[in-house]
Every structure is written in structure tokens, then in C-alpha cells.
Ligand binder design. Sequence first.
Ligand code: CP
Ligand code: NVA
Length: 312
Amino acid sequence: MPAPKGPLKHFLQISDFTADEYTYLFGRVKAIKDLFHSYIQYRPLVDRTLAMIFEKASTRTRVSFEAGMYQLGGSVVHLTTGDSQLGRSEPIEDTARVISRMCDIVMIRTFEQTKIERFAAFSRVPVINGLTNEFHPCQILADIYTFIEHRGPIQGKTVAWIGDGNNMANSWLQAAQLLGFTLHISTPKGYELSLKTAEVKTSASLKLFDDPLEACKGAHLVTTDVWTSMGFEAENEARKAAFAHWKVNDAMMAAADKAAIFMHCLPAHRGEEVDASVIDGPQSVVWDEAENRLHVQKALMEYLLLGRVGGR
Ligand code: CP
Ligand code: NVA
């Protein structure tokens, strides 16, 4: 592809966009989702190609990006470490230069954030973070959109994060600061989130709790994630011991606001980080949350490739 004319924008972490851009984006998500549910074709990305690079496993991210790009009229190339030269030590910078001359937009799921940053630095086209060790911004987009759909604006609300101070927690922290909600975090000792990673100096929007039940008190959204993220499997046994009390249960949901909802980015382990009665219970919105990955990412690709549409 020829280098695009406008300024190049990537989506590598939540802090890459402004609050105003999120307001615009969430408006587009609604419009694009409504078209999808009305069986109305919307194909603004005919002839555009998305390259997806997966260095870790995926179900939701792969299906939502691939189905989303086809629905928008474009096509998709799927690469993994094992079936590309990335697995044979081709430098990420060279891979970026080549793929971005052939494709219009790139989604990468990889290990270190520095790897996706190096790719983006040498890419002629927009790069989207499909999960790194440090961040999972597409999931947070879907989660916030899902909250808005169910409960209205997230500004001024409280989100309780129970469990690992991981890629999801770091992205929630950036979102809380940018969008004006409060984040309650409870992690076991040794698994705290890092203000340095999220590049948040002191966050007025952040409150830390030793006791996960305390963190849930008054929360409008309770959310958690696996105890062991991809890439950390060697720590699995130690984590199972350390996280035993950080399982979202009915008592925690009862301590939350009476209209509280529950989210989990999935895949979930019932009986570990969440009880089945919670994830399969009436407050859980995890299937809407998963579906919304499709709609938010279609809006994201539209924005990164076409800018604001319809004079907004
Ligand atoms: N939530 C999420 O990113 O799921 P996958 O790992 O299946 O893509
Ligand atoms: N924190 C999890 C999220 C999976 C979608 C991981 O990184 O494995």
C-alpha cells in the first residue's frame, strides 16, 4: 500500500486516544452495531486488508477482528509466530516495513509492549494492540461500551477490579483517569498493578484495597480475569495459592451497588477467579461484553482508516 496521506494513528494503549475520541467512537459503535442487528450491509472498507499477527492464542480477538473486517467489506491475512518468519527471528522492524506495504491496517497480539511499539515505529499503516503483557485496550473498549449500554455513562461510577494487576488492570487504570470514573483494585501481595507501566503518576481515580470484598462495596461494575495470564504459565501453581481469596463470589456481588453488573474478558475458569453462580448469574453481562468486541473493533478500524465519518 502507498503510505497514507493523513497523520498516522495507532491504538497501542488506552491513553493513545482522548476522551473526545472515545465519545465519538462509542457513537459509531452504536451505529455500526444497529446496522449489524438490522442485517444492513455496511462496507466502507472494500479493498482494505487487515493483517493479524498472533504470537499468543485467541478465540474472541481473532474471530471479532476477522469477522469484523469481512463485514466492513475488507479482507484479512492471519499470521502466527509458528507459520511466519517471525518464528525464525526476522526482526520485527523488517516485518513491519514489509507487511505495512502490502496491508492497510495491522492487529498484533504479542508479549512485550515494546515489541508492538517497535512494529508501530516502522509501520506505514495503523497498528492495533490485540493484547500484550502490559495492555489489552480493545477489551477495555468493549467493556466500557457494554457498561454504557447497560447502565449509561461511566463517568462518576465505580469499577472494582478483583485479582491480578495485569494487562487488563493497567488498561482499566488508564481508562479511569481519562474518562473520569473510580477504580477500586484489590490484588494479592506481589501481584499489584504498576502505575509506571500505565504511565499514571498518582491517580485520584484509583483506590487500593487488601480485601476484595471491601473493593466491591458500592461498585457499579465488578470485574476480574484469569489468575494466570498467557506467558506466565510457569507461575501457575504459585498463583493458585496466592489468589485463592480473590475469587468473585455472591457475597462480593451482594456488597456491590444493587444495580451492579459483572464482567470478565474471558476465557474464564469457573471456581477459580469467579464462581459459576456469578458468571452465569443474573448480574453477568459477559456474553454482551464478548459480542461487543466485534462492534467496537469495527468502529476502531473505521476510525483509524477513514477518520471521523459523517461530519462529526
Ligand atoms: N478476551 C479475549 O481477548 O479473548 P481471546 O483471548 O479469546 O482473544
Ligand atoms: N489477562 C489475560 C487476558 C486474556 C484475554 C491474558 O493476558 O492471558
